[in-house]
Ligand binder design. Sequence first.
Ligand SMILES: [Zn+2]
Length: 268
Amino acid sequence: MITTRHHLRLGQAITLLCAITLASERALAAPEPSPSAEALLRAYPDHLSRIEGNDLVWRDGTRMPISDGRSTKDFDTLLDHADIDDMLLMPYRPGPPSGAPALNEDPGRVRYEPFFSKMYGDCRKGGVTAHLREIKWLPQWGGGTLKITTVNGVADRLEAVGRDLAKLPESFKKYLVPAAGTFNCRLIAGTERRSMHAYAAAIDINTGFTNYWLWAKAGGGTIPYVNRIPFEIVKIFEDHGFVWGGKWYHYDTMHFEYRPELLGRRGD
Ligand SMILES: [Zn+2]
């Protein structure tokens, strides 16, 4: 080695040294952090342990790839072939809406299904039913009962939502009662995808005052945005970790689902 170094001229030595330094820096450099994986780690600490390279590591040792390596996906591909990295590409904005969502702005509709199936269970195999609990929905307004998952404390959280909603004036009752459903083990109409209803982590409020993009879609043009749900209701759900389908371009104003990662929340 020493002999070799003696034969190198100074310029060559410096060039070689720089090349070695660059290579070692590259080798030591951590992979780009994934905001999506980091938000999930914060939101679901009971389930998730850490990020290792391109793996999201669960507490039971299960590993899921964060990126599938595909950097450009069109909108339909994002929905049909999402990876973990894609789930938070579109930021969800809590608080009063600032107008109609932009074209295809659907924060939360991009879901990596193996992630939610592992967390809440696979409803086709009875994995979700095992975690259901019955709760009373707005009992003072005769809201009846709902079955919702206990995973991630969703049942407790929805009960807390109900307690806060019950403090609103009675004029709000018509939007909330009767609720249109929670658990439903079926695919989203016209797709091969599952909604958060398949995991019993979502609720539809009364359909009587709600709007759904498919009802308004006419002739293949842009979808006119329509909403009749007061923000007071949305705010209470957001405060407890639920996002609202009324903030989607493909809106579904009756729909709320538990997605703390989209609200920047820490699981507790
Ligand atoms: Zn729904």
